[in-house]
Every structure is written in structure tokens, then in C-alpha cells.
Design a protein around this ligand. Sequence first.
Ligand code: FAD
Ligand code: DLZ
Ligand code: SF4
Length: 518
Amino acid sequence: MASDNNCPILVPILGDQLTRDLASLRGRTKDDTIILMMEVWDEATYVKHHKQKIALIFSAMRHFAEELRDAGWAVDYTKLTDDENAHSFTGEVARAAERHKPRAIHVVEAGEWRVQQSIEEWPDKFDCEVEIFSDDRFISSIAEFRDWAEGRKTLRMENFYQEMRKKTGLLMEDGKPIGGKWNYDKENREPPKKDMDAPERPKPEPDDITREVIDLVRDKFGDHFGDLDNFHWPVTREEAEDAADAFFAERLPDFGTYQDAMVHGQDDLFHSMLSTSINIGLLDPMELCKRAQLAYDDSTAPLNAVEGFIRQIIGWREYVRGFYWYHMPDLESANALNAQRGLPDFYWTGETDMRCMADCIRSTKENAHAHHIQRLMVLGNFALLAGINPREVQDWYLVVYADAYDWVELPNVAAMILYADGGKLATKPYAASGNYINKMSDYCKECAYSPSKKTGEGACPFNPLYWHFMDRHRDRLESNHRIGRIYSNWDRMDEEKRQDYLDSAEAFLNTLKPAGKS
Ligand code: FAD
Ligand code: DLZ
Ligand code: SF4
């Protein structure tokens, strides 16, 4: 490989790095840079992603390549169907290095541990300089998070979030949080109003590029989970910005209040639906937070909504990313509660009489999306209570959502919903009975089960499962001050009632059919 100054710099851009101001492009001149974009089989198949996720990534990559070319950059783009041998990023970079004889390779660190491991081998594999840039689209770098985390007994999102507020200056005045509190979550737990209807989000129609990609996905990945007919994700910066405009204008004001609400058949409610665009780089998280703050400054959205939105991004999103890198690779195999049950087949088919589960899985299948509280308190809560093996749950979440990447999916699944990390991320497991779902949704009123029935025929399965979970993890959870007093309630029940709960739970668990492979 040549390495004189007449040779270009090769800049590989991965499918979740579709940002014009990427660190590896910043300051580069167009006449000595070759941008490399690669559709590769390994990425499309390392799990059997929802069809919409593959369509989203390929379409957004192809649009981004066009945008770059229009701006005068040289882009070397491999389409999946150009070459059956386009397996891996490393293999494609090697072939591109043969073609272009670069004097250096400049790449931004990968979002996922799996991919970063292979990038870190590049300096030894290629005989030119390889520079790996920190991904500064995140507000906190991996090293900054590590510095913050190192030496702390417990890691808590809330403490980290306050640091992020100070660092960014968002919703801050004279070094203090605007409104006097850091967190308005208490105001963000309203159940849905009767006949609540959120404004529809813009749904971009597929253009020629997207239609071509959809055909490709149908052809090559037809056996993957999920529908394609409903594909309406933004695939360009303009479309993503339209989606953000509509969110700020129409849905942000109610975002906070109804953040935890669930309504049958209403898949978006007041959520932003921007995660797919943020995660691939079409929208900048910090810009979105600044726009949210502007809405507060202009009095077009209340503080609980704006703070809630900003916390999701500079709090949770940044926190789980730092947490992921801090705890990988151990996080992947964590199973503190020793959960061993196979994933029930209805996670794939949606065929269950539990109306809440069926609706969340329907939305997941149709849209490659479910909103946060559905992922956490319905789908996740069930997996926790039923003791589903973390690996199987992790794989499911990684497969089914269009916004799923290991760095964000894994901490949310292993640590937040399954408590598989033994409490490093959450102070207690997010376990809840049917009561919670009944309070926060309209699911229960037409369900085959009754949330007020505790055991036996017709009882909401979440009720006995909740106590079964508490009972089987008593040794670990009783000493937890946020959960311990639950055991006084359990102990106050008479023996027969407790046995009834346990028998009902066992009877229900015995009906679960483990899934075949997706
Ligand atoms: P909104 O409700 O509008 O929230 C605004 C933004 O905040 C989101 O776009 C997202 O960027 C960020 N955000 C909110 N909550 C979280 C969180 N817990 N972690 C990280 N970012 C957050 N999000 C993903 O992007 N990819 C995933 O693979 C993913 N897997 C999840 C798995 C589980 C079990 C749970 C409980 C949550 C998961 N989330 C994941 C977080 C959250 O559910 C989605 O970000 C959100 O539903 C996306 O829809 P939205 O853009 O309308 O979000
Ligand atoms: C998710 C995905 C898929 C399905 N395909 C590709 C691809 O062919 N080429 C690519 O550059 N990126 C793809 N991606 C996104 C990557 O998986 C993502 O960039 C890495 O996981 C980041 O570590
Ligand atoms: Fe879900 Fe139970 Fe309500 Fe049915 S009754 S919708 S299973 S919480």
C-alpha cells in the first residue's frame, strides 16, 4: 500500500454515522479524501433485524452518499447486491485500500462494541496510519463517562444527568436548574385522557431509492421479522427535520404529561419518534435539546415537557451509552437473577390473549417501534416477571426495533428491564402487576383477563407473576430499601392466598410455548 502525500485519506462512514459534521470529515479537504460506505452482509445478518431497520439503514446510507456527492465529495459506495463477497467492514476496507492506496484511514469509533473490536485491529491489518476518532456527536465521551463513574459506589442516571445539565447549560440559570428542580418526572405520569388523540406525525412516502431498497429487503431478507408495507421512517436529513418540526410544534407540549400513557392502537401518542433519525446521525441530539429549550423560552411548551425531553436525551441516552462502554463485554452475559426460561413464541407472533402484550407486539411488527413505556412496563415487565433468559430478550429487542443498536438496546434490556446487572443501573427492578398497566392504559377494559382478579381463571397474568417474581427473588430483594416493604404485604397474606398466587403463576408459566428461532 502506498503512503505518500499524493495518496488520499480513506474515510469509512458506517451506517449509523450519517452526519455531515462527523469528526473524521471535519477539516478534511475534498480533493484528497475518499469516503467509503459499505453495505455488508455481516451487518445485515448478525441478527435477523426487522425488515424496516435494514430498509432504513440502506436507504439512509444511499441518500447520504448522494448528499455527499452533491456537495463535491468522492464517495466509493458498495451496494449489497454489487458483490456477494461484501461480508465485513474490515474486508471492504481492505479492498478499498487496494483500490485507492490511501496514506491513512480516518474512522470514527463504532457505536457497537462488536464492531469497535474489529476496527481496533485495523492498525495492525493495514500498512498505513489508522486514526480512530472519538464520536463527538455524544455529549459525554466514553472516557469522560469512565472518569465520572470510576470510584463511585453506585452509578445513578440522576447524578450523571445533573452533570450533563451543567456541562451543556441546558435549562440552567446562574448555575442552578431553571424552575428550582432538576426533574419534573412526578408531573409526567398522567394516564391517558378519555378519547385522547395525538396529532399524526408526518409520514414520508418512499421515493425511488427507498422503493429499490424495500424490494431488495423483500428479496434478500424476506424471512426476517416484521412488515415492510408501513415503512415511513425519515431517510434524509430534510425528512428528519420535518419530523422534528412537527414534534416541536404539535406534540412536545403534551410529551411530558402523557409520557407514560398507553392507548390501544395509538402507537406514537406524544412521543417524538425521532430515535431512528438521531441514532443514525440524521439529527443532532444537542440541537434537538436546544430547540426544546427554545420552546420553553418562548412559552410554547411547559417545563415538565421540555425538561422531560431533555432528560431523555442528555440524561438517559448519554447515560446508557456511557454505561454500555463502562460495562462491556460483561454486560452481554450478565444474568444476576439467573433467568433461564425461553422467550415465549408470542413475542414473535403477537398471538396472546394479553391485550397489552398483543398491542405492543403488533406495533413492533407493523412499525419496528414501540414507545418507551410499552418497551419497559409491558414487554419488559413481562420478560422480567416470567424470568426470560436475558440473552433471548436482548436478541429480541435488538432484532425488532428500527432504532436498535447494541449500545442503547443492551443497557436498557439487561440492566433496566431485567436487572441482569444486579442493580448497577437501576435501584430496583421495574416489576409491576396488572394494576400499573390498568392505571396507565386503556388495554385492560377489553382484555380477556381482568386486572382486578388476582389469581385463578381469568386473572391478569401480571398479578400472580408479580408475586411469583417477588417470592423467588426474596433473598436478593428484601434488603433493598426501595422494595423491601413489599414483603411485609406478602407476609401479611395468609398462607393459602400466597400459595394461590404461586400456583396461578406456575399454571400460567406452564402454558408458555418457547419460540422457535426467529
Ligand atoms: P421519545 O419518547 O420521544 O424520547 C426522546 C428521545 O430520548 C428518544 O428518541 C431517545 O433518543 C431518547 N431516549 C428516551 N429514553 C431512552 C432510553 N431509555 N435510552 C436511550 N435513549 C432514550 N432506544 C433506542 O434508541 N434504541 C433501542 O434499541 C432502545 N431499546 C430499548 C429497550 C428497552 C427495554 C427500553 C425500556 C427502552 C429502549 N430504548 C431504546 C429507549 C426508548 O424506548 C426509545 O428511545 C424510544 O421509545 C424511542 O422513541 P421516541 O424517539 O419517540 O422517544
Ligand atoms: C444496522 C446496519 C445494517 C443492517 N447494515 C449496515 C451496512 O450494511 N453497512 C453499514 O455501514 N452499517 C450497517 N448497519 C449499521 C451498523 O450495524 C452500525 O453502524 C454498527 O453497528 C455501528 O457499530
Ligand atoms: Fe394486560 Fe392484564 Fe390488562 Fe390484560 S388485564 S391488558 S393482560 S395488564
